[in-house]
Design a protein around this ligand. Structure first.
Ligand SMILES: [Zn+2]
Length: 181
C-alpha cells in the first residue's frame, strides 16, 4: 500500500503507539490500515466414488488441477463461499457438509478451509476460471499436477479416511516450501 484509501496521502509503514506490528499508517488523517490473513474456502465434492476437480484457466498454477476454492467474500459464511466457488468454477451445485480441513499457511498469510460436499447432479461444466472440470477416482487423481499443497493434503486425508471409514476434522499448518522457486 502506497496511498491512504481514506484521504489519498502517502502512507508510512511503522509500528503505531501501543501496537506490536508495523502497519500502514496515514500521517494526514491518522487512519491505520490493518492487513489480516485471508480465508480461502473450497469444497471436496463427491459423486459416488469420484471427486470433482477443476483445471485452472488462471494464474497462479494455470493448467493445474484443484478443488473448487477461492477467497471468501465479505458478508457470506464459509459454507456459502464453498458453494459459490463450486458454482463459479465448475458450474456445479453441491450440498455442503462438514468442515473437513483447516490448514494455516502463515508465510502467505492465508488460512485454507475445505468442506466435504455432495454433488447434487452431473450438470457441471467449466466456469470462467477453469479449462475443464471432471470427476476423478482415487487411482486417476493427477497427483503431479495438483495446483496447491493444501489441496493435495486435503485429497490425501480424504482417501485415507475413506479407506479407514471414519472422518475426523483435520487441522494442520503448512511451512514454506523448501525452495523459493
Ligand atoms: Zn489518510
Amino acid at each position: 500500500m502506497n496511498f491512504c484509501s481514506n484521504c489519498g496521502a502517502p502512507v508510512e509503514f511503522r509500528i503505531p503507539a501501543g501496537d506490536s506490528h508495523p502497519r500502514h499508517v496515514c500521517p494526514r488523517c491518522g487512519t491505520i490500515h490493518y492487513q489480516n490473513p485471508k480465508l480461502v474456502v473450497g469444497a471436496l465434492a463427491e459423486w459416488e466414488d469420484r471427486i470433482l476437480l477443476c483445471r485452472r484457466a488462471i494464474e497462479p498454477r494455470h493448467g493445474f488441477w484443484t478443488l473448487p476454492a477461492g477467497f471468501m467474500e465479505n458478508e457470506e459464511t464459509t459454507a456459502e463461499a464453498a458453494a459459490r466457488e463450486t458454482e463459479e468454477e465448475a458450474c456445479a451445485r453441491i450440498e455442503v457438509g462438514e468442515l473437513y480441513t483447516l490448514i494455516d499457511v502463515p508465510h502467505i498469510s492465508q488460512v485454507h478451509l475445505i468442506y466435504r460436499a455432495r454433488l447434487l447432479d452431473l450438470d457441471f461444466r467449466a466456469g470462467e476460471e477453469s479449462l475443464e472440470v471432471a470427476l476423478f477416482r482415487e487411482e486417476d487423481i493427477p497427483w503431479e499436477q495438483i495446483a496447491f499443497r493444501t489441496i493435495g493434503m486435503s485429497l490425501r486425508y480424504f482417501f485415507d479416511d475413506r479407506r479407514r471409514g471414519h472422518w475426523p476434522f483435520h487441522s494442520a499448518s503448512l511451512p514454506p516450501p523448501p525452495s523459493a522457486a
